[in-house]
Design a protein around this ligand. Structure first.
Ligand code: IPE
Ligand code: IPE
Ligand code: MG
Length: 255
């Protein structure tokens, strides 16, 4: 895969290729502030943010990271002005239409998590098409969270499990963590190793609460549209300096 100058980007020499996070989750925050600080409308920040995401996906692929999950729209983001919400829905749809062919060529498998059923029908159609078309691609798994909220996801899983118990297909004792995971949107995908949130906010905003029980967190003041390869490099350096103990006294070699 190539960067915007048409070159394949090499992993920086100070990063250990054996110790890269396999799955990275990002909360892409600060688009509005980026635009406002330039005297531009907030939507200009979202447009620029989309370019940043595209570059990050390329970079992850070039550097051998196997999964990237991006928070694009939360269940709480409907509280924003209608014009902004409408713009975002249109932007998602336009991006899918415009970028799908190239992503497919480059081996990207794209998936979506969240309650997609209430999204505009034309966006749902693009989502279905892009997920189906790229299903067997292997270069990188790119997941976009749209109308995603962790509490809603967990509640929905509980409801499905409760229905099985009610129908006598499962006993209460049969409910365990592995089973719960099968009912999450992220079923069959590994948990994130690293979470990056931009713009200085240090909260999860209802993102992957179950899945990030042992994820390393990295927060930076950089606004999302300015989050470039060097900023990503810094996040990875920080990650590689961490001791992931998973409750043990010492980090095991395999962790
Ligand atoms: C993140 O940027 C993008 C979405 C939530 C869709 P924001 O729009 O939240 O930017 P700020 O936080 O207002 O600067
Ligand atoms: C989180 O950002 C959601 C996305 C990035 C899609 P927000 O800007 O909506 O989060 P809060 O409101 O500051 O917590
Ligand atoms: Mg924000």
């Amino acid at each position: 895969m190539t960067n915007n100058k048409g070159q394949i980007s090499q992993l920086p020499a100070d990063l250990n290729p054996q110790k890269l996070p396999q799955h990275i989750a990002v909360i892409m925050d600060g688009n509005g502030r980026w635009a406002t600080s330039r005297g531009l409308p907030r939507i200009a920040g979202h447009r620029q943010g989309a370019k940043t995401l595209k570059e990050l996906l390329r970079c992850c692929k070039d550097w051998g990271i196997s999964a990237l999950t991006a928070y694009a729209f939360s269940t709480e983001n409907w509280r924003r002005p209608t014009e902004e919400v409408d713009f975002l829905m249109l932007l998602f749809e336009r991006l899918l239409r415009r970028e799908l062919a190239q992503m497919h060529r480059e081996g990207v498998r794209i998936s979506f998590i969240g309650d997609l059923s209430i999204l505009p029908k034309s966006l749902q159609a693009e989502i279905e098409r892009s997920s189906a078309e790229t299903l067997n691609n292997q270069a990188i798994h790119f997941t976009v969270a749209v109308n995603y909220g962790s509490r809603n996801e967990i509640m929905r899983a509980c409801r499905q499990v409760a229905e099985l118990v009610q129908q006598g297909e499962l006993t209460a004792e049969g409910v365990n963590e592995n089973l719960m995971e099968k009912f999450l949107y992220t079923a069959d995908t590994p948990e994130p190793d690293l979470l990056i949130r931009t713009s200085g906010e240090m909260r999860l905003s209802n993102f992957l609460l179950w899945q990030m029980a042992y994820t390393e967190m990295y927060f930076t003041d950089i606004l999302w549209p300015d989050f470039d390869r060097e900023a990503f490099h810094q996040a990875l350096l920080s990650y590689q300096g961490r001791d992931r103990r998973f409750g043990q006294v010492k980090a095991s070699l395999s962790a």
